[in-house]
Design a protein around this ligand. Sequence first.
Ligand code: 16G
Ligand code: ZN
Length: 552
Amino acid sequence: QEQRRRLLDVASRFPLPAGCRFSYGTAGFRADGATMAPAICRAGILAALRSVKLAGATVGIVITASHNPIGDNGAKIADPDGGMMDQHWEPFADALANAPDPDALLQLVLQFAKDEGIPLGSHYTAQVLLGRDTRPTGEYLLDAALQGINAIVGAHAIDMGILTTPQLHWMVRSKNKGVKASESAYFKQLINSFRHMLELVPKDKSGDELANKLIVDGANGIGGVKLEQIKAELSGLDIIVRNSGKEGEGILNHMCGADFVQKERVTPHGFSPEDVGVRCASLDGDADRLVYFRVSSASDNKVDLVDGDKILSLFALFIREQLDIINNDGSKVNKLLPAKLGIVQTAYANGASTQFLKDLGLEVVFTPTGVKYLHKKALEYDIGVYFEANGHGTVVFSENFISQLESLSKELSSQADNGSAQYHAVMRLMAASQLINQAVGDALSGLLFVEAILQYRGWSFQNWCELYSDLPSRQLKVKVIDRSSIVTTDAETKVSQPSSLQELIDKETVNYSHGRCFVRPSGTEDVVRVYAEASTQVEADSLAKSVAQHVE
Ligand code: 16G
Ligand code: ZN
């Protein structure tokens, strides 16, 4: 009875505005922030139910709209392992968000609880961690989420404050592992593991002072704020933050940030010709995306971009090398460490990156766009490395592999073999697993991992750029009446419906050297996206254009 009363109550406090339809898409609910309170309140109910279902394990809600304009907002739910909410619950998320009135909402919850075997009532507990980014609607929406959570009897909400999205995911994961889930614990882990990585840099590789200079575009969001907080403790790295989110520096995601730099390929606001040649990184508004760039010349605003594919390649190369050292080293123990290393990409990965990775002999697999697909796939390996070209990705280590590393390190040090190359490689992988966020792609931890690897190799930005050259590519958006009429298969690389469309794409593509083209309905906008690549920019443009005409 109490449960029914609370649900009816909260639903009547947040009536659904007429004509609003919410959908739990690739990145949760997202829309104009001012209209979001009903959906976010319901996300609160959903998160609390998810926690009850999972025997009171902690789940999370982040209030953010990532790289989208400052007026937008949204909510995403994190499961107990820190990853995205199980996709199996998404249809319920949609139905709940769109329940037209309090009674419909109550019936929906009761029915779902019955179907899913979720016990409702005073004997059960639930715990939800909440975080939000710096958007002006954040506080108001966080309150709506709180009210939703409190509508489930036994549920307990903890507001973790203003955070990056990956921080919240990390905290949820830590909480469920019984590790301290505070921001200071997160920072400490980042700072300590980064220091360990630098301690393991071969002595002859320590570069000059300038090589350690890094300018970071914080997108005027939360990532810049957090980086300012810890940069003094990152010895061996000289970080300057621009678009740091301070009053007067600029607007969130406006003319800056990872999405802007990756799509427009021009310098973000706040950078000038004086920065030519310096290594720069760009985060998005909630700091789960990372790209690198360099202002290429003083005369125009173009940049040399290092996107997610090249970050992935750097990580893969490093990990592969450490595994090789461990397995081929002639040291006394010579214990083999069989590891299944998998690389996960999407159709947007530049063809040159895929070729580069395959040439290294690595296993490369593809999933549809969206972190939830990539992350899940990466978990199938001992070490799974995944990135989207747009800068969203991480490295995940299986628990089994981590414990193998631990016992190998113990064995080596007990045999006084702790000066060996093999031992150092083991320690590097262990430090990497601490540094890189295991829950979700994290621009701050990704950035520190990149910096540690560059120092390890003694590499400049230029060396990194030259790993391979990107094939020229072009992306177009096509407005259609119903984008769901296009259905894709094979990780979005092929169209299955309408069946004639793939034939048309194939016919166009064969005319181009290194030609590759695919179309897919966007998961976040009402458009169909076209991607084409070929050996020259003119050809990539022309391939994209002709395929777009077939889509219209
Ligand atoms: C969301 C996804 C991002 C993906 C993008 C594709 C997450 C956290 N974010 O932003 O990974 O690249 O959608 O958008 O999964 P699209 O479907 O409109 O092309
Ligand atoms: Zn983001």
